[in-house]
Unconditional design. Structure first.
Length: 84
């Protein structure tokens, strides 16, 4: 992955985009720290599909709830004051 200082990336944006479309993600840094990564749209869409495919479903989350009827510790939260 190639690192581009922000000013260089702005000045040579076409080169950054061309490299990303060519399959090599490009990292843009700001003040020496990584700020963003430029990737091809196809790669971004592939990553989004992968994330969605690995996301748990509501049914899966509900089925993962322990059903042993044992006691559990409650968080000591203060009650809210209500104006009635």
């Amino acid at each position: 992955m190639t690192d581009w200082p922000l000013q260089d990336a702005k000045n040579r944006f076409s080169a950054v985009v061309d490299a990303a479309v060519g399959g090599a993600p490009q990292r843009v840094t700001r003040r020496g720290r990584p700020a963003v990564v430029v990737l091809a749209a196809e790669e971004y869409e592939r990553l989004c599909r992968l994330e969605k495919a690995n996301a748990p479903t509501l049914a899966g989350l509900l089925l993962d709830i322990p059903q042993d009827d044992q006691e559990f510790d409650r968080l000591p939260l203060p009650t809210r004051a209500l104006d009635l």
